[in-house]
Design a protein around this ligand. Structure first.
Ligand code: APR
Length: 243
C-alpha cells in the first residue's frame, strides 16, 4: 500500500464508504443474478423484483424473498465487514453507505448504516408502506395488520425510487468527506454510482477496493487498492495503525 494511501486514511477527518455486492462475496452471498439458480433459474430479475411482478403474482415473489432471507441465516460477515466497523472506531467520523440488502454490516458491528436499497430482513405493506414487526414465515403472502394490503420485502425494486432520506444523507457524506472509500461495487447502478464522482470532483482522496479495475475511474486522487475486500481492508487498517 502506498505511503500516500496510508497517510490519507490516517489523517482523515470524515471517511465516506460506499459498499456493493463485492464486499459480501467472501461471505458466500451470490449476486442478485447468480441467486437465480435451481428452480428459480426459469425467471429473470424483472419477473421477481419489480412492483409489477408482485402485483401479477405476489405469492411467487414472496416465496423468492423468503428463500433469500432464510439463506442469510447461514452466512456470516467476513473480515472486510469487520474492518469497516473497526475503521469507524479509528477515524473521527465515518459514514457507511451500502447498496447491499443483507444486513451484514450491522451484524459486523457497524452502526447507523445507510441502506440505499433497503434490507431483506424487513417487510412493509405494498399500498401504504406500513412497516411490519417481523418477516412472517409463510408460503402465501401475508397481509398488513393495519390496512390489509399485501406485505412485501422492504427492498428497492427495479423502477422504484431510492429512499429519499438515505440518498440525501449519502450525497451529503460524499460532499463532506476527505476520504471516499468505494468497496466492491461495479459503479454501474445509479444513483449510487455517482457518489464517488461527487468526491472525485471535489479533489478529495478516493480509494477503490476491488479485484477488478473494470468500470472504475482513474485519476491523480484515485487510489486503486486491487484485491478482495476481506484481505485489502484489514491490511489497510494494519498498515495505517500498526499494533
Ligand atoms: N472484494 C471486493 N470487490 C469484489 C470482490 C471482493 N471479494 N468480489 C467481486 N468484487 C467486485 C466486482 O469486481 C464488481 O466490481 O464487486 C463488484 C460487484 O458488482 P455488482 O455485482 O454490479 O454489485 P453492485 O455494484 O453492488 O451492484 C449494484 O445492482 O443488481 C443491483 O440492486 C443490486 O445493489 C445491487 C446493485
Amino acid at each position: 500500500m502506498s505511503p500516500a494511501t496510508i497517510a490519507a486514511i490516517r489523517g482523515a477527518r470524515h471517511v465516506a464508504v460506499l459498499t456493493g455486492a463485492g464486499i459480501s462475496a467472501e461471505s458466500g452471498i451470490p449476486t442478485f443474478r447468480d441467486a437465480l439458480t435451481g428452480w428459480w433459474a426459469r425467471f429473470r430479475p424483472e419477473d421477481l423484483a419489480t412492483p409489477e411482478a408482485f402485483q401479477r403474482d405476489p405469492d411467487l415473489v414472496w416465496r423468492w424473498y423468503r428463500e433469500r432471507r432464510l439463506r442469510l441465516r447461514d452466512v456470516m460477515p467476513n473480515p472486510g465487514h469487520y474492518a469497516l466497523a473497526e475503521l469507524a472506531r479509528r477515524v473521527p467520523s465515518l459514514t457507511l453507505v451500502t447498496q447491499n440488502v443483507d444486513g451484514l454490516h450491522a451484524r459486523a458491528g457497524s452502526a447507523d448504516v445507510i441502506e440505499l436499497h433497503g434490507n431483506l430482513a424487513r417487510v412493509k405493506c405494498f399500498d401504504q408502506g406500513h412497516p411490519a414487526p417481523d418477516f412472517p414465515d409463510t408460503d402465501a403472502v401475508p397481509r398488513c395488520a393495519l390496512c390489509g394490503s399485501p406485505l412485501r420485502p422492504d427492498v428497492v425494486w427495479f423502477g422504484e425510487l431510492l429512499p429519499a432520506d438515505a440518498l440525501r444523507r449519502a450525497q451529503a457524506a460524499a460532499g463532506d468527506c476527505d476520504v471516499f472509500l468505494s468497496v466492491g461495487t461495479s459503479n454501474l447502478v445509479e444513483p449510487a454510482a455517482s457518489l464517488p464522482w461527487i468526491a472525485t470532483r471535489r479533489g478529495v482522496t478516493v480509494m477503490i477496493v476491488n479485484p477488478s479495475a473494470t468500470g472504475q475511474s482513474s485519476g491523480p486522487n484515485i487510489h486503486h487498492l486491487a484485491g478482495p475486500a476481506g484481505r485489502v481492508l484489514p491490511e489497510l487498517l494494519r498498515e495505517a495503525w500498526p499494533g
